[in-house]
Design a protein around this ligand. Sequence first.
Ligand code: LMR
Length: 396
Amino acid sequence: MFERVSVAPADPILGLNEAFKAETRAEKINLGVGVFKDAGGNTPILDTVKEAERRLVNSETTKGYLSIEGTAAYAGAVQKLLFGAQAPLLDSGRVTTVQAPGGTGALRIGAEFLVRQLGIKTIWVSDPTWANHNGIFAAAGLTVKTYRYFDADTRGLDIDGMLADLSSAQAGEAVLLHGCCHNPTGVDPTIAQWGQIVKVLQAQDLLPFMDFAYQGFAAGVDEDAAGLRLLVEQMPEVFIASSFSKNFGLYNERVGALTAVAKTPDAATAVLSQLKSIIRAVYSNPPCHGAAVVATILTDPELTARWHEEVAAMRSRILTLRHEFVAGLKAQGVQQDFSFIAEQKGMFSFSGLSKTQVERLRDEYAIYMVGSGRINVAGMNTDRMTYLCKAIAAVL
Ligand code: LMR
């Protein structure tokens, strides 16, 4: 029967990574997958993660199963990070969190819940969005519709288009929102624009599902949650998918969480029970290690403070690279204005490079980026900046 199976196309992001690994040219540069690199070109393990791991090795007494939803310590830490340590929501009983294998796992469990428990058929995603959103939601049986988001002329947010498109959504449909550091554009709403978005969600009776994968990479851990905190203040029901791949550098440990804010404690209890039943049939119960690391850091004030510093250092390195890149292009005589790159937030920028230019960069210069022209700024390196900017100037 396997003879009948045709070959699936490579994933636009992870497939590119595989191609990069197979690349033999020494000058190769990977600006594809969203992974942070330090000045030495490595994706480092955070010091706080190493310290938490040392503590865990010394204190762990068992490798027995976790419960289906993960540990209470982890869920509590996730909620504090999302809503703030003093948030009244924390003691309201209206919030429930399940551990999930990465942000992707959280999105998929959430999507299954939307379909099976709420009978939701449609989810709206930004145009453009992270390529995998489409695959995740379609696999759960949702129809994916898009709302306008990126204004190619201003390289900013098309807030009018976004509000107009969301106003055409039907009551009871779901809307995927990026918490901060929009992937792939690096363009986020201002807090005033978040207010406008919330008003439309309320007016149309839509269910917000926030993908929050880069908390701390735009302005700060608490600052980046401003949109989310407004959302949960004003909306009775919200779903949030957290990922700790980037801000804890725990990419291969697959650490994420799905948090539901419900109207009442009883509703939250029922939601948790159904999420557990979905998880049981998908992967039974979560892996322990990465979540234990996150919980160890976030329940120790000294480690938490050090982690905030480490996130700030990653954020500041990315910002420096953004400025170096803009200056580097200018130095190579590029006429086009790329100053927007320095304004965008998080790991990614939408460069505006065409598919053909992206292909030329790969074929002629061994520089890899996603076909849409998305650049992972966090993958750049000061030492290679001149090579990169020269190559881009050449294809432009
Ligand atoms: C990305 O967008 O590059 C990251 O979120 C990694 C991934 O899984 O695609």
